[in-house]
Design a binder for this molecule. Structure first.
Ligand SMILES: [Zn+2]
Length: 297
């Protein structure tokens, strides 16, 4: 059962979430990799937004894409995990058969009309639908799109340096989901300092979770939004910015980027579009004492 997706308006741009999957039953102790403090949940259970945990107090997260429609262009931000992928070191995400393209269609998007695919970073759950398997070949799913991503991510994930034990989750991902769009001549890269795109987007370096990750801001008229990428995986990290997830590769840098993003949007009318939060995955950050709070919209 799919709910009709919400449409968010930022200036003259509309934004919709297409969810590829919702994952529950995730142990916070494992996910927050040494940072988890059960007292946080005990002390705050009654004032946290609904939908963050399941009945067994295990985390709920999601994987998906943000569809951005401007008066001129159709843009996707991150492309989830994809079907049919060969991920021998990441069996939970391997060989999926999910109706993502049907859900994209329900959101009013057919693959041919996508003009841009913006990728915050090149991890397994952000690049998968870049390509699809046709007659044994990985081909671009969005044949008329320009795929835009940070250069540092491409340099790292195409290199031997990234093919190590710490990166098992991403083994084979570059080869199946990124290289085919590079070879098709459909890519454009963003240098280490970040940069602007289409007058409305700005790539902002937020490294740590991955080597060259960037968040993407959107400004239309007087209104602003931020696609934060994986500076946070779950709203618990808004309340506890020092908590990294088990997928953060460069841990100290990840903490610095998370706090910087929270400081930059707290108590401002900037809607935050997350990669992995449950429920709507969108909301606002407000200040609360010395820290921050999360509010879904
Ligand atoms: Zn992710």
């Amino acid at each position: 059962m799919t709910k009709t997706p919400k449409v968010y308006q930022v200036g003259d741009v509309s934004i919709t979430r297409v969810t590829e999957m919702v994952l529950g039953g995730i142990s916070p102790e494992i996910y927050f990799d040494g940072s988890w403090n059960p007292a946080f949940l005990e002390e705050n259970r009654n004032c946290l937004p609904a939908g963050l945990i399941d009945g067994d107090s295990q985390l709920i997260v999601s994987i998906g894409t943000w569809v951005v429609k401007t008066p001129k262009h159709t843009i996707l931000i991150d492309t989830a995990t994809g079907n049919d992928k060969n991920l021998p070191l990441n069996p939970a995400l391997a060989n999926l058969q999910l109706p993502y393209l049907e859900r994209l269609q329900e959101a009013g998007v057919s693959p041919e009309e996508v003009d841009y695919v913006l990728l915050t970073h090149l991890h397994v759950d952000h690049v998968g639908w870049n390509t699809k398997l046709v007659d044994g070949q990985w081909v671009p799913t969005f044949p008329n799109a320009t795929y835009v991503f940070p250069l540092a991510e491409q340099q790292y994930y195409s290199s031997e340096a990234s093919h190590n034990k710490e990166n098992e989750a991403n083994f084979n991902v570059y080869e199946e989901s990124v290289l085919p769009v590079v070879e098709a001549g459909l890519t454009q890269t963003i240098g280490p300092e970040g940069g602007e795109l289409l007058d409305i987007f700005k790539f902002i370096p937020t490294p740590g979770h991955s080597i060259g990750q960037m968040s993407i801001s959107l400004t239309s008229g007087r209104e602003e939004a931020l696609f934060g990428a994986d500076v946070m995986h779950h709203p618990f990290q808004v309340f506890n910015p020092e908590w990294n997830s088990m997928y953060c590769e460069f841990t100290e840098q990840a903490r610095i980027s998370r706090r910087r993003v929270l400081e930059s949007i707290a108590d401002r009318p900037v809607i935050y579009f997350s990669s992995h939060f449950p429920e709507s995955a969108a909301g606002y950050v407000t200040r609360s004492g010395d820290g921050f709070k999360w509010n879904f919209v």
